[in-house]
Design a binder for this molecule. Structure first.
Ligand code: 26Q
Length: 812
């Protein structure tokens, strides 16, 4: 012990010296004189010294051992901040925090200096970020591939109750964790003409008059949890090709063309599309997709060949994962490289491609399934289009062979149909595995959305229920809870989160529950302080914290939540006997800028908040808070503070959800529908430890099939529904005809009115439970104890074993 303390002491002195020296090198100033941002950058530089040695070692080991590598292609990586998670994963939090304290710096005050890397919209992007953390932490050779957007998801400001979007200039002060690798640039070609030419008796491809865009990789190290592994997230930036010889001597037209070319290139990696269903700027989105996919696949093949391996063994050494359809063009790009550049014959190339690729579907919402008009696709990617056509021609030939005279099969399975390229179909045909993200979601895919494909490829479909990294969402976000768990069951769960189940032996232990309760209150104070400091109201931490944070979307039904609050408020005002335990209802989330109903929902939440919070008669009982600019870092404050996790999507619509898991792992009880991973959460904890309500997926799908739901009938038969829907237009909160029309004229496509009564009863049940604190705390503990399976480590192990066939590589 004394020895260990000594060692730590020495390490601390050494580290302090490093901070001082690094301040001199970077800024030519004494550490004590740095601005807060300079302090942050200095600490980041020192953290990088710790990381880089293992980064080099990891890459050398991978190359030497020729381990199979996984590349996770995703158009979004919602990383959040990296300093805290890097320190957690390095196992150096205590050392850094102690050393800095002696230099007069509070590390917790430094973290917020880092901008959030908001390179994603929501669940899909955050899942990718959790996955690369788990790959590194399990010692798997797995890397990310994406786009270095100059502007991430917009910053949300609430002005007079409305969402206003501010560009997210996250690179403004530089991003400390990226390494520009100019020598690893590749060229990506757009436009021009592509055709086959016969030469010396063999056919070869000619692509001429194209535009070349230079793709420069920026590498971000991804640190594994105390295992010496450091993998790579490669973010591609579009830059103007330095080789201007394409232009020859410059005429006026050529100068004009050059300007246009420059604008084109600069637009490619400028913005993340802030849209998760309806969309604009479609062509640029397709350009982004091909840009990062082509750059990524080219660099993988190049690196592979440079290592001296045979292209025929490609699929044995490389797995490429297609995260949703956005990178689906990877199927055609790998075919292009194998056939045109490596001159492989089609059949062999096709076998390798299918062995290499795997695809995850994240939605059954039809508007989010990507289709590109041929008229847009072909001129932009002429060679890729030829390849897609040929893939489809052969595929349909086989369909006809296996299902003769079945034109419905042909239609449903065709990659090109009605003048459009169907990206999900390309991904399915070109992959050896297709997975959904929660059991119920995979079931619906197989039985409904993709039933023809499931019939055609009965063994291709499989489920991989999502997960979250417990390192960021528990160890990083809730250190006191982490310490309590360590004291109670030891710390082995940190490396093996399924061992959280040992907490099940302590869920009736009074002393443990008392500590748990204290920690929850600490986290509620933190959130309350955060809201207050950011210009919000004061929320009493002894209220129930009921939270719904996620993208604002009709199917997620924030409207149902706020209508319910309107109902409670009305009852509190008019019914003397009506009682609820003091409750604060929190909302957070961004609406796509062009999504009118979502923006009106935000406006309504703020209008209700304004009225309720300023009414002295109810303010001890009810508070409503819209948390501005919800994202990863604010989530780290919000999830640990919640008592109730609102997961109220229309059954069948939420593929999985992952916020539900973050809440659960921090001891909140789920109030939700049987949708997505809520189904598995409710099974893991038992029905007594969550509150499930509302229509089941089958009932919803049945209503859609028969068209028998009538919102108007709900309005007329349920007085509470009639009351709150009327209040949308009677001036109680302002004019919300938009939302009334959406619910009534639009026939309430997500069954808000139908589920309203059941939702109210679910709240009443929760409230009853909360009044029995002993029972509540037990439920809370049971939620934590059974959250281990929702660690993304479990998910990634399943991907590694069943889909990628990769094994951990031990780095010493
Ligand atoms: C598509 C075309 C054009 C522009 C944008 C898009 C686009 C952008 C984002 C389409 C989809 C998304 C994001 C989808 C998403 O976040 N899906 C969520 O994925 C999570 C991880 O699997 C699940 O937990 C959620 O249930 C699912 O909604």
């Amino acid at each position: 012990m004394a020895n260990k303390r000594n060692e730590l002491g020495l390490a601390k002195e050494g580290l302090k010296q490093r901070f001082l020296a690094t301040a001199h090198i970077l800024w030519g100033s004494d550490f004590a004189d740095l601005t807060s941002h300079e302090v942050y950058a200095t600490i980041a530089a020192v953290v990088k010294q710790y990381i880089s040695e293992n980064w080099v070692k990891t890459n050398k080991a991978y190359t030497k051992r020729r381990d199979k590598q996984v590349y996770y292609f995703s158009i979004e990586f919602l990383l959040g901040r990296l300093m805290r998670s890097n320190l957690v994963n390095l196992g150096e939090m205590e050392l850094f925090s102690d050393a800095l304290e002696e230099l007069g710096v509070d590390l917790d005050q430094v973290f917020p200096e880092e901008p959030d890397a908001g390179l994603g919209n929501g669940g899909l992007g955050r899942l990718a970020a959790c996955f690369i953390d788990s790959m590194a932490s399990l010692g798997l050779p797995g890397h990310g591939c994406s786009i270095r957007y100059q502007y991430g998801l917009f910053e949300q400001k609430i002005i007079k109750g409305n969402q206003v979007e501010i560009p997210d200039n996250w690179l403004g002060n530089g991003f400390e964790w990226e390494y520009r690798k100019a020598d690893k640039a590749v060229n990506v070609k757009f436009n021009g003409n592509a055709y086959m030419k016969e030469e010396d008796g063999s056919l070869s491809l000619v692509h001429e008059d194209y535009l070349t865009v230079m793709a420069i990789p920026y590498d971000v190290p991804i640190v594994g949890f105390r295992n010496n592994t450091v993998n790579t997230l490669r973010l591609w930036n579009a830059e103007v090709n330095r080789d201007f010889s394409d232009y020859g001597t410059m005429t006026h037209e050529q100068i004009q063309a050059k300007k246009e070319y420059r604008n084109f290139v600069e637009s490619i990696t400028e913005y993340l599309y802030p849209d998760d269903s309806s969309y604009e700027g479609r062509r640029l989105r397709l350009i982004q997709e091909y840009f990062f996919v082509s750059a990524g696949v080219q660099s993988i093949v190049r690196h592979y060949l440079l290592a001296g391996m045979n292209i025929k063994d490609f699929a044995k050494k490389i797995a490429i994962h297609i995260n949703d359809t956005h990178p689906a063009v990877a199927v055609a790009e790998l075919m292009r490289i194998l056939v045109d550049e490596e001159r492989m014959d089609w059949d062999e190339a096709w076998e390798i491609t299918r062995e290499t690729m795997a695809y995850t579907n994240h939605t059954i919402m039809p508007e989010a399934l990507e289709k590109w008009p041929i008229d847009m696709f072909r001129p932009l990617l002429p060679r890729i289009y030829m390849i897609v056509e040929e893939i489809n021609r052969r595929h349909i030939e086989e369909v006809r062979r296996r299902f003769p005279n079945d034109e419905q099969m042909v239609r449903e399975l065709s990659i090109i149909e009605d003048g459009q390229v169907h990206m999900a179909r390309l991904a399915i045909v070109g992959s050896h595995s297709v997975n959904g993200v929660a059991a119920i979601h995979t079931d619906i895919l197989k039985k409904d959305t993709l039933k023809f494909f499931n019939r055609y490829y009965p063994t291709k479909f499989n489920n991989k229920t999502n997960g979250i990294t417990h390192r960021r969402w528990l160890i990083g976000a809730n250190p006191e809870l982490t310490a309590l768990i360590d004291e109670t069951i030891g710390d082995a769960w940190q490396k093996a989160p399924d061992q959280l189940s040992h907490l099940n032996d302590h869920v009736t232990d009074k002393a443990f529950l008392a500590e748990l309760s204290k920690i929850k209150r600490l986290r509620k104070v933190d959130l309350s302080d955060y809201i207050h400091m950011h210009g919000g109201i004061l929320v009493d931490p002894d209220m129930i914290f009921d939270v719904q944070v996620k993208r604002i979307h009709s199917y997620k039904r924030q409207i149902m939540n706020i209508l319910h609050i309107m109902y409670l408020y009305h009852e509190l005002k008019t019914n003397k006997r009506f009682r609820i335990p003091p409750t604060a209802r929190f909302f957070g989330g961004k609406a796509a800028p062009g999504y009118y109903i979502a923006k009106e929902t935000i406006r309504l939440i703020n209008a209700v908040a304004d009225k309720v919070n300023n009414d002295k008669a109810v303010s001890d009982m009810l508070k409503v808070v819209f948390i501005e600019n919800f994202g990863v870092s604010i989530g780290e404050i919000v999830y640990p503070a919640a008592d109730i996790s609102e997961q109220i999507s229309t059954a069948s619509k939420e593929a999985s959800g992952t916020g539900n898991m973050k809440f659960m792992m921090n001891g909140a009880l789920t109030l939700g529908t049987l949708d997505g991973a809520n189904v598995e959460i409710s099974q893991a904890v038992g029905r007594e430890h969550c509150e499930i309500f509302g229509l089941r997926a089958e009932e919803v799908l049945n209503y859609y099939a028969t068209g028998s739901y009538k919102a108007w009938d709900e309005y007329n038969t349920n007085p509470a529904v009639r009351l709150v829907v009327s209040q949308l237009v009677d001036g109680t909160y302002g004019d919300f005809h938009s939302l009334r029309d959406y619910l009534i004229q639009g026939n309430d496509e997500f069954f808000v009115l139908k589920d309203f009564g059941a939702y109210d009863r679910a709240h009443k049940n929760m409230n009853r439970k909360y009044e029995d604190q002993a029972a509540w705390l037990k439920s809370s503990a049971i939620n934590i104890a059974n959250s281990g399976v929702f660690s993304s480590d479990r998910t990634i192990k399943e991907y590694a074993d069943d889909i990628w066939h990769v094994k951990p590589a031990i780095i010493v």
